[in-house]
Design a binder for this molecule. Structure first.
Ligand code: 5RP
Length: 230
């Protein structure tokens, strides 16, 4: 498949992040098309100068399969004490480095890996870097047992919920057997207030507002500039 301009930018951001991985460290690896480039870049660097990573933890079966294909051993999150650095993609990042994640449906493990990492770097192309969180529906993972109640409540709250569907038009099922309700509130006026609310809703497993988690974002611009924001 031909690489788009956006893919090229994703790859540039991924390359930069791969150079930031310290030898002998514990690495977290996220999910998505940008991360897929990162895994390939990581493998290249590892072939050139063995990184001897102590452990790698990842956030989806997709990334796990790619890492293993590249010869890396992958551990479960519960098998490591702490992760030194996690590199992940994002769907949107704002000026305060708060973000929306979960476009690929892996938000629950992604957040668990992220909060157990000393440092989190996100890699994005310039289209995802925004002044405020907008332009992408917010994923919320919910338990099937109370999903209809959650859906109704979100509707009543004006959060414009829609069930995420898979390629066959059926409800998308997460790694943990749950559903995803995407909230089409756009822009998100008060991310902290919404995150606090969602944290309090029984039946919500996790949501895609990642606030005060990202330490650095690597943004690849179409003019060739690679920007790092901390
Ligand atoms: C998956 C994620 C991804 O990091 C996010 O969707 C970005 O994906 P991509 O790199 O394919 O644009 O949060 O749950």
């Amino acid at each position: 498949m031909q690489k788009t301009k956006q893919d090229e930018l994703k790859q540039e951001a991924a390359k930069k992040a791969a150079l930031m991985v310290e030898p002998n460290s514990v690495l977290g690896v996220g999910t998505g098309s940008t991360v897929a480039f990162f895994i390939d870049e990581l493998a290249k660097i590892n072939r050139e100068k063995a990184l001897n990573l102590k452990a790698i933890v990842t956030t989806s079966n997709r990334s796990r399969a790619q890492l293993e294909k590249q010869g890396f051993k992958v551990n479960e999150l519960s098998e490591v004490d702490q992760i030194d650095l996690t590199v992940d993609g994002a769907d949107r990042v704002d000026l305060n480095l708060n973000g929306i994640k979960g476009g690929g449906g892996a938000l629950t493990l992604e957040k668990n890996v992220a909060v157990n990492s000393k440092k989190n770097i996100w890699i994005v192309d310039e289209t995802k870097f925004v002044d405020r969180l907008k332009g992408f529906a917010l994923p919320v993972e919910v338990l099937p047992i109370s999903c209809e109640q959650n859906f109704r409540t979100f509707s009543q709250e004006g959060l414009l919920p829609k069930y995420r569907l898979d390629d066959n038009g059926k409800r998308y099922i997460t790694h943990y057997g749950n559903f995803i309700i995407d909230l089409h509130v756009d822009p998100i006026p008060f991310p902290n207030v919404l995150a606090h609310y969602l944290d309090s809703v029984v039946g919500v497993v996790e949501h895609g507002l990642f606030l005060n988690i990202c330490n650095e974002v690597i943004i690849a611009h179409s003019d060739g500039k690679i920007e790092i924001r901390k």
